[in-house]
Design a protein around this ligand. Structure first.
Ligand code: NDP
Length: 234
């Protein structure tokens, strides 16, 4: 059955691969962007997820065009790495406001319509770093770990209404976010990953479409790693 799907930050990177995977299976797919072009076949809405009013307006626009959002993927995220002692309050707060509070804004706005429909799928894109930690990533890891508590609390609140909330925790994926890593750091990461490579964006998208499907109805509050074995034991 075709669903209405909204992917934040679906204009590029992992979010775009997720959006395209849903579109390929016949869903109606909207993506948020902050002014960039959006590929054909996807419905683009402008939205900065640090702004609750913008999130509300984006959902309203999607609802008008494609119907109520049944599957929401909170994917938009940023890094702003530096060591703890050098990290400013502003650097910490900006990353948390985007990655964690942004996901909250999106999940909250989506859930009212999901409750009415008595069906919904909320998927948060976290990171292996959320539970594994990362040097220079106190802000990022804290924001990504917070998504786990959020998904599990939503699961406890909305579980009886056929609404699931899950976390996908990618390892290191080939995108613009990892393109900025120095080669030596990249080589170090690859050495630590049992699979011995980075992942493709499509490998993350496959986990997301699985969790959004009818066959995943009994999976909620879960953390699904797509990390080549890097974070085993989470
Ligand atoms: P990119 O840097 O390639 O893309 C980030 C996306 O987030 C863009 O679409 C960007 O929009 C959007 N975004 C950032 N800030 C905001 C904001 N305030 N409001 C709305 N949209 C915003 O990242 P990736 O595709 O690599 O990452 C996607 C998600 O996956 C992130 O949450 C990231 O933390 C996570 N992740 C990535 C990994 C990796 O190895 N790449 C590993 C683990 C997790 P715009 O185009 O307007 O800038």
């Amino acid at each position: 059955m075709a669903r209405t799907v909204l992917v934040t930050g679906g204009n590029r990177g992992i979010g775009l691969a997720i959006a395209q995977a849903f579109a390929a299976q016949g869903d109606r797919v909207a993506v948020t962007h902050r002014g960039s072009a959006v590929p054909d076949g996807l419905f683009g809405v402008k939205c900065d997820i640090t702004d609750s009013a913008a999130v509300d307006a984006a959902f309203t626009e999607v609802e008008k065009e494609l119907g109520p959002v049944e599957v929401v993927v909170a994917n938009a995220g940023i890094t702003d790495d530096t060591l703890l002692l050098r990290m400013s309050d502003e650097q910490f707060e900006r990353v948390v406001d985007t990655n964690l509070t942004g996901a909250f804004r999106v999940a909250k706005r989506a859930s009212s319509k999901m409750l009415r429909a008595k069906w919904g799928r909320i998927i948060f894109i976290s990171s292996v770093v959320g539970l594994y930690g990362g040097p220079g990533q106190v802000n990022y890891a804290a924001s990504k770990a917070g998504l786990v508590g959020m998904a599990r609390s939503i699961t406890r609140e909305l579980g009886t209404r056929n609404i699931t909330a899950n976390v996908v925790a990618p390892g290191f994926i080939e995108t613009e976010m990892t393109a900025v890593l120095p080669d030596a750091r990249k080589a170090e990461i690859i050495k630590a990953v049992p699979a011995g490579r980075l992942a493709s964006v499509d490998e993350v998208a496959a986990a997301v479409t699985f969790l959004a499907g009818d066959s995943a109805a009994y999976i909620s509050g879960a953390v699904l790693p797509v990390d080549g074995g890097l974070g085993m034991g989470h």
